[in-house]
Design a protein around this ligand. Sequence first.
Ligand code: FES
Length: 125
Amino acid sequence: MALYSEKVMDHFRNPRNVGVIEDANGVGEVGNAVCGDIMKIYLKINSDEVIEDVKFETFGCGSAIASSSMATQMIKGKPVSEALKLTNQAVTEALDGLPPHKVHCSVLAEEAIKKAVNDYYENNK
Ligand code: FES
């Protein structure tokens, strides 16, 4: 079996939602101290608390890029409450799996989204 699924390779080679949202109202940046990879998520949340747009910048490995790409697709157009429930397991499953030593890359995506949502709540208290 190949180390990486077709979906991982697809999202790594052709990542969705890459970039910056200049007027984002929720931003979350996380890093992994062991590998040094960094992921930043930008959210544009509307007054109905729906994620209208989401973009990411990831300075890291292929699995981190694929995880960010998939995770952003999974929360785009969804209510904030649903984005908060996104787990790294769900991202990994949507990618048809990651090798065990790469699971932490998907954790970054979950953490970055949660941090961006928290940032939104902080800004809109
Ligand atoms: Fe650290 Fe992938 S190796 S995020």
